[in-house]
Ligand binder design. Structure first.
Ligand SMILES: C[S@@+](CC[C@H](N)C(=O)[O-])C[C@H]1O[C@@H](n2cnc3c(N)ncnc32)[C@H](O)[C@@H]1O
Length: 268
């Protein structure tokens, strides 16, 4: 979904964000996987003070209220989404929608559980940065772990009539999502990882021993070491591809106006 007419910059950003985030609700597997995760932690939620960071429509805030949370703060920075969440959650006396960036939010009481989906296709390229800069410390963050897995494959198994070898060569240095259909079994190592409260861990990755001319990345979201959701199985996140141009690469993330953006380079 793209906005095709000229709008004032602030309105453009709000509507563009809105469209980007409502499209996650097309991914039913993601929503079901997160609801399963909440149910797995229902003992911590029941009677607890809960926060949904970036509540969108407020589905997980509603679920936590229904699981018996004593109080739910549904924090959302996009005013259009905050309005939608307020409407959805109006009948819950113990749910408060807070229209604010989560990194500015100061809850008036200690927080037991925080749930979020701030994962980008390259793990840290959406808004996980905000969770590493909170002004409070939740007892439990759900999900608390994720990794950006990678693999090296042979492009001859993937190129087709539109993405030909010449087109692929033209993409050198660019990380492109959804370029090819994933076949399964591509991902063999971990390039970047994140957990709460330690934060992001990234460094040079050496693929000298891995044959293949096409590098592929896929997000994996975890809880207590078990997979909650992963790229390809949950369509909200697709695999990200780039032609190989060396034996060592590095992914870095730098703060942007909202969240952080990814810098990618081949080291040699
Ligand atoms: C991927 S959506 C997830 C929505 C909802 N939590 C869910 O999983 O169904 C991310 C939401 O977080 C909001 N958001 C992103 N960064 C935020 C921040 N720093 N503070 C508050 N809200 C944020 C976005 O506007 C969007 O509604």
């Amino acid at each position: 979904m793209d906005i095709l007419n000229e709008l004032p910059p602030d309105q453009f950003r709000e509507v563009d964000d809105l469209l980007a985030f409502v499209s996650i609700y097309d991914d039913r597997r993601r929503t079901k996987a997160f609801l399963r995760l909440l149910r797995r932690h229902r003992r911590a939620i029941r009677g607890g003070v809960c926060v949904e960071a970036g509540c969108g429509f407020g589905i997980f805030s509603e679920a936590m209220a229904n699981m018996g949370a004593r109080k739910v703060y549904a924090v959302e920075q996009n005013p259009i989404l905050a309005r939608i969440a307020r409407k959805r959650l109006a009948s819950y006396a113990n749910v408060e929608v807070v229209e604010e960036a989560i990194q500015q939010f100061r809850p008036p009481e200690p927080v037991d559980v925080l749930v979020h989906d701030f994962f980008g296709q390259l793990l840290y390229d959406e808004d996980l940065w905000a969770l590493d800069h909170l002004r409070f410390q939740p007892q439990l963050v759900l999900p608390s772990q994720a990794e950006l897995a990678y693999g090296v494959v042979d492009s001859r198994d993937y190129v087709d009539e539109s993405v030909t070898p010449d087109v692929l060569a033209g993409l050198k240095g660019a990380l492109v999502s959804g370029l090819f259909e994933e076949k399964g079994g591509e991902l063999r190592g971990v390039a970047v990882s994140w957990n709460y409260p330690t934060g992001l861990s990234t460094g040079p990755v050496d693929i000298r021993d891995r044959p293949g001319d096409l590098l592929v990345f896929g997000l994996r979201i975890l809880d207590n070491g078990e997979t909650v959701c992963e790229a390809a199985r949950c369509p909200n996140w697709s695999y990200v591809w780039t032609p190989r141009a060396g034996d060592r690469f590095l992914l870095r993330f730098v703060p942007d106006v909202f969240g952080s953006k990814c810098l990618f380079e081949w080291l040699e």
